[in-house]
Each structure stands twice: as structure tokens, then as C-alpha cells.
Ligand binder design. Structure first.
Ligand code: ATP
Ligand code: MG
Length: 651
């Protein structure tokens, strides 16, 4: 194997392969590898024909003149066309799906609401009129700071209907993070709520909003949804109750014909690797790409009830709670609260209650479910499930197997979907009826996506299972168009390393079947005695030990080896830290993947520092492992500051 400094070594061997069942394949939208292959090849050979044919399904107020205009690194899709995403997600379905559930909502206290396509169309039209009444014009920004309630989707869609640009801020963010995002976008209106439910208590959204507004100047109006029924101060002239404005709003609001490249939303990345980037997406390309990926990756059928546990504050919530599902006329379930409230069976209870057929969640959640124990899901039937998905981080093979057996009962294919806020939609995954699954491997590129693995000079790494940098070699419809207000950062961050190619920031390898395995962030690669190792594989080896719930490895400067490996480990219930266990875990890694990956130190911890979207922030662990007294870098998206303090104190 080439050991040049550019490459990342493959150490984890995963030979298990799982096949979609005949039963699943029989009814799958795509079930033959040749079909995938033919469509994939067409999408690269003739992208304009491929995307043009598919986009032709949508309603266009004016047809596009050209499918793609590519002036590196600026792409325009469906140039000259005029459309409206909500026309295609709502109006278009009224003839055939008027009374079908669009959104099924479960509140944390157990309240439930169903909005049909007719209902949702009416509510969105009304709120679009409300926004107009508050003086919101095409191109104005609207910040949405709400719990996971239907009004979050209604507000997003109402913006899209009139061409306002939404910026959704996760309801778990603090006042200062909200203020920063309002200021960055210069929003004219803020939509929030009196509060939201989380583990039985109220998240004081309006109070946070008031605090944020004290350090912002752009917001003229605040719309407040009554969710928890708590008294909140209302500033006359600025603050308005949602239900009062809606009571007098007309339910007729025609969808505004918008240019294909009209901005749809701004959304900030998770902040795992640094300061969050304000990613901007536009209308038509995003619409086409999220609709097609939702349909084929989730094998959407008219009768499915689809449940994605992501919050609308993340891109997964944008593309695969709201837009991709509604564009396909599907039924999407929104859950407001915590997965362990009132107990650890809540998600499984929701699945049985509504007959959920597709579940899409994150490795961080799956590892938490494993930690809580399989007695929780075993209390439920889960017999309605037919497909499972994972997103957000590499899924350790052990977690994959647990998800497959305990939740899917060996019956449901798993799609491990790799993508980013910047990519807008799913880029690498298996298609559930087509491809065999290999735990830990995301799989194959989706239609129109041309990934490659390169060394730092940009040369393709051809060897099977040799790791390098993951790039995308051509534009795709839902790619970000810029970093809001900072085109220079857009060019530098994504297009400067490999000119003409999009740099993902992730390390990956490709096997002889063309399956991609994401090895972790390029910034987090370990360099031990000249061996460059991705974090995912060493962590997966640790997680395959029965005592380990979650692991994060980082490099620490070492005078002899360059870097030594420090492994932060959380244990499953029933296990306690000890020197013996530490020695056992080191030996376990050596046995699983070899002596080069032997951790120098195991640090047991109760919790990992994570972003608000649930991703491990290894850059903070790296500083802690190096014994740095002050943590540097952006920590604005850190979920729980006390975790870092406790880890530092435990040095
Ligand atoms: P920031 O860009 O601010 O550092 P972030 O990269 O965590 O934050 P997101 O856009 O939410 O922000 O996450 C995208 C990243 O998540 C990908 O680059 C990848 O590292 C990781 N990821 C997402 N899905 C998968 C997956 N299925 N397998 C492996 N990694 C994944
Ligand atoms: Mg990123």
C-alpha cells in the first residue's frame, strides 16, 4: 500500500454483506442494478437531458431555456425558468391528494394533529398573506425560531410561496446564537413561539428571542405562535400573535412565479469543524434534487408514513422532513420532543401509534438507543417499518447491525446517506431495492453525482480501499450557491483546494464494488508513526466492544510517534471504568484493526462534547487531550458547555 502522506490508510475490515429481501424488491421503485446503472450513466453522460426530463414533472410558470450554466464555481440550473416550490409541493397535489395527510404531528405532551394537503395549502396561503401584511417582500429574510411543530413547516412554505428567504434557527439554540444568525441574514421578521416542550419543561423561545432582539436591529415584526400557553411579554407594534393574524388572513394567495435561481433559504452548518457557514440554496435545482432523492432513496409509496427524527433547524429537516416529502405528495411525521420522554420507548411508541413505515435518524441517536438497551424497542411491535435510514455521521458497523436486527428485525434495508448542508440533498447511499448493503459503507453516488477520491495533489487514488480526500467533480442541482454575504469564503472553503472540483472536507475510500466509506473529517485524521488513520475506523473498533456505547479518537502530539491516540469512551449501562477495562479496550483495538491503531490512552467520560445537531466535536477533544488550558475556536454550536469543563477538570 502507498504510504505517502496524502493518503489515509484503511484498517477496518468489514466483510459482511446484507441483501434487500425479495419481498422488498418486489414492490421497490427500483430493484435492478442495471436500472440504477443505466440511469446513473445517463445522468453523467447527458445531465441536461436527465435533469430536464425529471424537472418536466413539475409545474413551470415559464419553461427554462437551459438546464445548466456552469461558470466555476457558480452554477445556474434551469436557467430562465420560473416556478414555485410550494406550487409543486401543495397546489399540484390538490386534485389527487386533497384529503391525504401531508403532516402528522405528535407533540411531546402527547397531543396530535393531522394536516391534509388541503389544510396545509390553506394554512400556508394564509400565513403567506400574513407575511405580506407585515411588509415582507420577495427577497426579504425571515428567521424562523420554532419548536418542531407544524407551524415551522407552514412558515417555511409561506416564505417560499412569496419568495421570501427563510433562515431556520434550531429551537435549541441560545439567544446569542439566534442574534448572530439574525444579524448575518439581516432578517426583517422573526417567527417564534411562546415556548416548546422538551423533557416535560418549557423551552423559553420568546424570552430567548427578546434577548436576541436586544442586540439586533433589522427585525421589524415578531410573530409568536402559542404553543405552551405561557404568559409572555408582547411588545405592542412589534410582537403579534400568530393565531390573531391568521384569524383575519385570507386563504387565497397565489404562488409567486420565481426565477429558478431565486434564493430559497439560508441555513447554517453544524459547526463541527469551525465557525458555522451560512449556506445559501436556491429554488429550482434544490426542488428537483430533493424530490428525486426522497423518492428513490426512501422508495416512497403513496401509503407510506415517513418519520425523520431530525429537527427542521438542520438541513435534514429542510430536505427530508419538509420539502422532499411534500414534493412527492407523501405523509411526513413531525415529533416535537425528546426521544426519552416520558421514557426511552417514545420513538418506538410513535412508530406503532401511527404505523410508521420509513424511519430516518442519526448514528448519535442509534448509539443512545443502544445505550438505553433493547428492552425499550422490544416492548413494541415495529411491524409497520419497511425501510430505515441513517444520516449525520459515519455509522459504526456495530450500531448499523443493532439498527438492522433490533429495529428492522432483519427485514428492513438500511440506507446510510452521506451528504452535507452544502449539498442540499443525499449524495452517496445505496438504493434500498437495488444495492446490497455493507455496514459502515455509505454506498454509491446518486444520479448526477460524480465523486472521486484524491490525494492532496488532486490525483485520483485508484487503489481499492485506499483513503483520500472526497471531492465532487461536477455541479449538481442542489449544490449551495454561495455562503451568505461571503462569496470569498465560498470560493476558498469549497473550491480552492481542487480547482474546478467541490471539496467536501471529508476523507473516504472506495472498494472494488465502487462503494464509498466515509472515514471521517480530513481535519481529524490521525498521524501515528507515519500512518494516517481516519477516526471512523478506530472508533468503530472501540464501539464493537460490548462495554462501549460511543467513542471518539483524537491525536495528541507525541515526541516519538508524531501523534499518539487518545480515545474518549462512554460506556453502556452496567459497565464501570477501570484500568483493566482500559487495557482490554486497547487490546481489543489491536485485535480488530492492528497495533498501529492501539490507543495510548483511554479516557472514560459520561458524555461527549457535541454540536446541537448531535455530532462529536473532535477539535475540542483534541485540545483537551493536548492538555491545553483554554479551548480555542468557535464553540457557539456546542450543545453542553459543562461537558468540556468536566473533561478538562478530569485531566
Ligand atoms: P461544519 O461544516 O460547520 O463543520 P458539519 O459538517 O457537521 O459542520 P453538516 O452539514 O450538518 O455540518 O454535516 C455534514 C457532515 O456530516 C459531512 O461532511 C460528514 O462529515 C458528516 N456526515 C453526514 N452524513 C454522513 C454519513 N452518512 N456518513 C458519514 N458522515 C456523514
Ligand atoms: Mg461541514
Amino acid at each position: 500500500m502507498d504510504q505517502s502522506a496524502d493518503r489515509i490508510e484503511a484498517v477496518l475490515k468489514e466483510e459482511r454483506v446484507f441483501y434487500p429481501s425479495e419481498d422488498f424488491k418486489r414492490s421497490a421503485l427500483l430493484a435492478k442494478p442495471e436500472e440504477y446503472q443505466a440511469l446513473y450513466e445517463e445522468s453523467l453522460r447527458d445531465p441536461e437531458g436527465f435533469w430536464g426530463r425529471f424537472a418536466g414533472e413539475f409545474h413551470w410558470f415559464e419553461p427554462w431555456k437551459k438546464v445548466l450554466e456552469w461558470n466555476v464555481p457558480y452554477a445556474k440550473w434551469f436557467v430562465g425558468g420560473k416556478t414555485n416550490l410550494t406550487y409543486n409541493a401543495l397546489d399540484r397535489h390538490l386534485a389527487s391528494r386533497r384529503n391525504k395527510a401531508a403532516i402528522v404531528f405528535e407533540g411531546e405532551p402527547g397531543d396530535s394533529r393531522v394536516l391534509t394537503y388541503h389544510d396545509l395549502h390553506r394554512e400556508v396561503s394564509k400565513f403567506a398573506n400574513v407575511l405580506k401584511g407585515l411588509g415582507v417582500n420577495k427577497g426579504d429574510r425571515v428567521t424562523i425560531y420554532l419548536p418542531m411543530i407544524p407551524e415551522a413547516a407552514i412558515a417555511m412554505l409561506a416564505c417560499a410561496r412569496i419568495g421570501a428567504i427563510h433562515s431556520v434557527v434550531f429551537g435549541g439554540f441560545s439567544a446569542s446564537a439566534l442574534a448572530e444568525r439574525i444579524n448575518d441574514a439581516q432578517s426583517a421578521v422573526l417567527v417564534t413561539a411562546d415556548g416548546g416542550w422538551r423533557r416535560g419543561s418549557v423551552v423559553p423561545l420568546k424570552a430567548n428571542a427578546d434577548e436576541a432582539l436586544a442586540s439586533t436591529e433589522s427585525v421589524r415584526h415578531v410573530v409568536v405562535v402559542r404553543r405552551v400557553g405561557q404568559e409572555v411579554p408582547m411588545l405592542p407594534g412589534r410582537d403579534h400573535w400568530y393565531h390573531e393574524l391568521m384569524a383575519s388572513a385570507s386563504d387565497r394567495c397565489e404562488a409567486e412565479p420565481l426565477d429558478s435561481e431565486h434564493p430559497l433559504f439560508i441555513l447554517y452548518t453544524s459547526g463541527s469543524t469551525g465557525k458555522p457557514k451560512g449556506v445559501m440554496h436556491t429554488t429550482a435545482g434544490y426542488m428537483a434534487y430533493v424530490a428525486l432523492t426522497a423518492r428513490y432513496v426512501f422508495d416512497l409509496k403513496e401509503t407510506d408514513t415517513y418519520f425523520c427524527t431530525a429537527d427542521v433547524g438542520w438541513v435534514t429537516g429542510h430536505s427530508y422532513v419538509v420539502y422532499g416529502l411534500l414534493l412527492n405528495g407523501a405523509t411526513t411525521l413531525m415529533y416535537e420532543g425528546a426521544p426519552n420522554w416520558p421514557d426511552e420507548g417514545r420513538i418506538w411508541n410513535i412508530i406503532d401509534k401511527y404505523g410508521v413505515s420509513i424511519l430516518y435518524t442519526a448514528p448519535t441517536a442509534i448509539r443512545a438507543f443502544m445505550k438505553w438497551g433493547e428492552q425499550w424497542p422490544l416492548k413494541y411491535r415495529l411491524s409497520s417499518l419497511r425501510l430505515l435510514g441513517s444520516v449525520g455521521e459515519p455509522i459504526n458497523p456495530e450500531a448499523w447491525l443493532w439498527y438492522y436486527h433490533v429495529i428492522g428485525k432483519g427485514r428492513c434495508p438500511i440506507v446510510d446517506t452521506w451528504w452535507q448542508t452544502e449539498t442540499g440533498g443525499i449524495m452517496i447511499t445505496t438504493l434500498p431495492g437495488v444495492h446490497p448493503m455493507k455496514p459502515g459503507h455509505a454506498g454509491k453516488p446518486f444520479f448526477g453525482v460524480e465523486p472521486d477520491i484524491v490525494d492532496t495533489s488532486g490525483k485520483t487514488i485508484t487503489g481499492a480501499d485506499e483513503g483520500g480526500h472526497l471531492i465532487i467533480k461536477r455541479p449538481w442541482p442542489s449544490m449551495l450557491r454561495t455562503v451568505w454575504g461571503d462569496p470569498e469564503r465560498y470560493e476558498r472553503q469549497y473550491w480552492s483546494q481542487y480547482p474546478g472540483n467541490y471539496f467536501t472536507g471529508d476523507g473516504a475510500r472506495r472498494d472494488s464494488d465502487g462503494y464509498y466509506l466515509i472515514m471521517g473529517r480530513v481535519d481529524d485524521v490521525l498521524n501515528v508513526s507515519g500512518h494516517r488513520l481516519g477516526t471512523m475506523e478506530v472508533e468503530s473498533a472501540l464501539v464493537s466492544h460490548p462495554a462501549v456505547a460511543e467513542a471518539a479518537v483524537v491525536g495528541r502530539p507525541d515526541p516519538i510517534k508524531g501523534e499518539g491516540i487518545v480515545a474518549f469512551v462512554t460506556l453502556k449501562a452496567g459497565y464501570t471504568p477501570s484500568d483493566a477495562l482500559s487495557a482490554e479496550l486497547k487490546a481489543h483495538v489491536v485485535k480488530a484493526i492492528g497495533a498501529i491503531a492501539r490507543p495510548d490512552e483511554i479516557r472514560f467520560t459520561e458524555a461527549m462534547p457535541k454540536t446541537r445537531s448531535g455530532k462529536i466535536m473532535r477539535r475540542l477533544l483534541r485540545q483537551i487531550a493536548a492538555g491545553e488550558s483554554e479551548i480555542k475556536g468557535d464553540t457557539s454550536t456546542l450543545e453542553d458547555r459543562s461537558v468540556v469543563e468536566r473533561l478538562k477538570a478530569a485531566q
